[in-house]
Ligand binder design. Structure first.
Ligand code: BGC
Length: 760
């Protein structure tokens, strides 16, 4: 309270406004006045300081006072810090800022709260497979509650980069390949984090990333060049960023890659013309980690030049590069940037702090009593468990092998069976994995007193120890020193004694995520050899595929009776997997990324354009196909089985034509005619048959999760309006064009029923 007064007094005591301080009319007169007053007192040095987001590492309280960072904070050279964990530490650093800096300006504390905080939800790719917007919003809301309780007020999420190439390891962090679904998820996440009002201390500011096109690097290699037409950007990739901005995301992170030849961070067309002028974004733009510095390697000039270019492009905050603090004063003297450029960026950052309520109370997120009650609570964990079970995708279930009964002996085998650290998945900065259950522990609990669980690791992740070390960083090592033969022999002994084998394998946590691109998407060699050996025992095998991306599973699909895609399910993954394995929950997840048959098919996505020589099923000379594989994915977008079965009646439209202001209703009867109550994700796709530019063979335009008791039927309807028919033409006008449209409805993107109508 006392501090607040000191600060308010200092700010309000402003006498005169300095020249050029970017007067703003944000629509909030009180905020404008407040920031005008404050900026009136700031030196140029302090204004540039607000644009600085240096690396902190894990500053501990004592060090903060004496470290270099603390000196910079006192000198007003820091706008915020990130990935510092713990409310006490954050409170102490905030104290340095508001008590020991000249103008007492509070810091903003960010973190990569990507899929939960200490209660970890499934990785975002998995979450997207739930197609459950309420659940996704809830996961973000809980993440915000926990993070805000622990001192964080800003998250570097949602990551909404569309990805059509699973070689890229960060497919794990996004929502797959579809911009319509991706947009719905982007909105749900922003709403979950920010709530109705950022003044609420249980909400945090979102940062939509990585703007833009980061998910489309050539060859699937992280940070690599992106090259695409504007029509593709707008139709295939931009929608989720736009949706997040329209949902009110307070900040945007620039991506590392080039967009139309210019790195995103220094790309004025992207950061100003599109983001602010076209989409009306009024928050601030932060760079990705050292992105300004990296522009030197992109060949854009020295640090001074690239920093000036970034500021002029519309980038406001420099993460870690020291480009703004290091060079902007000089650039101003030399006329390379104007004071107005600096003021604009400074104002945007101060506005964010104002909107978060940090000026009213710099310790708003520093209530040291909150974490005990609000972080990793039983309630949050129960919700995470429920949600995780919704994200698993049943890829195969021959002869209804699943669900398993709780009886007899179950052999749990595989390198992912007994690891806690690999449960949460990539980018779980706040995870405390020794508090999470391994699958082995979860399974023992799930069948206690009813069945026996036998365990053998069976193999390492892969034969190559170096590859395994690179894929198990950050305290997630799991290599067993025993030889491959010894591990396999033990597994075969265990398997012989069991009635059924549950194989837990696939990728480790860090086999996907940042800088985890792969050129081969098969199950790693040691595991595939193990599975082949297990298969020879003749015992039924259920494969649990852990992965942060779509992988190639031809042998598995041909040879194993049951495959459940479990991704990385978060802190409650072990229990959630058992809920589904033993039938307490019925799987309902549907893929949001196509699973290829071969890496050579990539990029592979369902909403592609047709060619002039469309492929037939098998190879045919002079068609657009391969000699050695067909064009289809192994498992298509939207695909996923249940323990029950759903049948679709005929698709009907209530009219065969509509005008631009009209609508058509599509109806299909969906019946659960299996033996379990279950949930089906009914999907609507549309194809524009003739356009001024070539249009995709189908595009998702609606979906509904429908829960049906066994034997129950329901009419599912979709309303088709002109909005769903619009696209960006070659002038980048958002239009719909009269003509024929095909409507498709089904349980995945391949198995659909079709009807048609005309837009007049
Ligand atoms: C990643 C971002 C992340 C940032 C801060 C970068 O390496 O690309 O997604 O938000 O680090 O941790």
């Amino acid at each position: 309270m006392k501090l607040k007064k000191i600060f308010m007094a200092a700010a309000v005591a402003a006498t005169a406004l300095t020249a050029c301080q970017s007067k703003s009319s944000s629509g909030d007169a009180e905020m404008d006045r407040y920031i005008d007053d404050l900026m009136g007192q700031m030196t140029l040095h302090e204004k540039i300081g607000q644009l600085n987001l240096p690396v902190t590492g894990d500053i501990v309280t004592g060090q903060a006072k004496s470290s270099n960072i603390a000196e910079k904070i006192k000198a007003g050279e820091v706008g915020g810090l990130f990935n510092l964990k713990g409310v006490e530490k954050i409170r102490e650093v905030q104290r340095v800022a508001v008590e020991e800096s000249r103008l007492h300006i509070p810091l903003i504390f960010g973190m990569d709260v990507i899929h939960g905080y200490e209660t970890v939800f499934p990785i975002p790719l998995a979450l997207s497979c739930s197609w459950d917007m309420e659940a996704i919003e809830k996961s973000a809301q809980i993440a915000a509650r926990e993070a805000s309780a622990d001192g964080i007020c800003w998250t570097f999420s949602p990551m909404v980069d569309i990805c059509r190439d699973p070689r890229w390891g960060r497919q794990s962090e996004g929502s797959g390949e579809d911009p319509f679904l991706g947009s719905a998820i982007a909105r749900a996440m922003v709403k979950g984090y920010q709530g109705e009002n950022l003044q609420d201390s249980a909400t945090i500011m979102a940062c939509v990333k990585h703007f833009a096109l980061y998910g489309a690097p050539e060859a699937g290699r992280d940070y690599n060049t992106v090259d695409m037409s504007r029509v593709s950007m707008f139709n295939g990739y931009f929608a989720p960023y736009k949706a997040a901005v329209e949902a009110g995301a307070g900040s945007v992170m620039s991506s590392f890659n080039v967009v139309d030849g210019i790195p995103a961070t220094g790309n004025k067309w992207l950061m100003t013309d599109v983001l602010r002028d076209m989409w009306g974004f009024n928050g601030f733009v932060v760079t990705d980690y050292t992105a300004i510095l990296e522009m030197i390697d992109h060949g854009m000039g020295d640090l001074q030049q690239v920093s000036a270019l970034s500021l002029k492009a519309g980038t406001d905050m420099d993460m870690v590069a020291d480009g703004f603090v290091g060079t902007l004063e000089k650039s101003l003297e030399e006329g390379k940037v104007t004071e107005e450029d600096i003021n604009k960026a400074c104002r945007r950052i101060l506005e964010a702090k104002y909107k978060l309520g940090l000026f009213a109370d710099p310790y708003k997120y520093c209530n040291v009593e909150r974490p005990k009650k609000e972080v990793f609570s039983a309630e949050n964990r129960a919700i995470a468990r429920e949600i995780a079970a919704e994200t698993f995708v049943l890829l195969k279930n021959e002869d209804n092998l699943l669900p398993l009964q709780r009886k007899g002996r179950i052999a749990l085998i595989g390198p992912l069976a007994d690891t806690k650290a690999n449960m949460p998945g990539t980018w779980s900065v706040a995870a405390v994995s020794d508090r999470y259950k391994s699958l082995l522990e979860g399974m023992k609990d799930a069948v206690a007193g009813k069945a026996e669980v036998l365990y053998a690791k069976g193999s390492n992740l892969c034969y190559d120890a170096t590859l395994e070390a690179n894929a198990t960083m950050f305290g997630r090592e799991m290599r067993d020193p025993r030889s491959a033969e010894a591990l396999r022999a033990e597994a075969l002994r265990v398997a012989q004694r069991a009635d059924v084998i549950v194989f837990a394998g696939g990728e480790s946590s860090e086999f996907s995520g940042e800088c985890s691109s792969r050129s081969n998407l098969d199950l790693p060699d040691a595991q595939l050899d193990l599975l082949k050996a297990l298969k020879k025992t003749g015992k039924p095998i259920v494969m649990l595929n852990f992965a942060g991306r779509a992988t190639v599973m031809n042998w598995e699909n041909e040879n194993l009776p049951a495959i459940l895609q479990v991704w990385f399910g978060g802190s409650e993954a072990a229990d959630a997997i058992c809920d589904v394995l033993f039938g307490d929950k019925v799987p309902s997840g549907k893929l949001t990324a196509s699973f290829p048959k071969a890496v050579g098919q990539l990029p592979l996505y369902y909403n592609h354009l047709n060619t002039g020589r469309p492929a037939e099923k098998w190879f045919s000379k002079f068609r657009s196909n391969y000699l050695d594989v067909d064009n289809d994915p192994l498992f298509p977008f939207g695909y996923g089985l249940s323990y029950t079965t759903f049948t679709y009646g005929d698709l009907t439209l209530d009219a065969t034509s509509m005008t631009e202001s009209g609508k058509i209703t599509a109806t299909v009867k969906v019946t659960n005619n299996g033996n379990y109550d279950g949930t089906e994700v009914v999907q609507l796709y549309i194809r524009d048959m003739v356009g001024s530019i070539s249009r995709p063979v189908k595009e998702l335009k609606g979906f509904e999760r429908v829960s049906l008791k066994k034997g129950e039927s329901r009419d599912v309807t979709f309303e088709i309006t002109a909005d769903l028919l619009k696209f960006y033409n070659s002038n980048i006008d958002y239009v719909c064009e009269p003509g024929e449209f095909q409507v498709m409805v089904g349980g995945d993107s391949r198995n659909v029923q079709t009807a048609g109508f005309t837009l007049e």
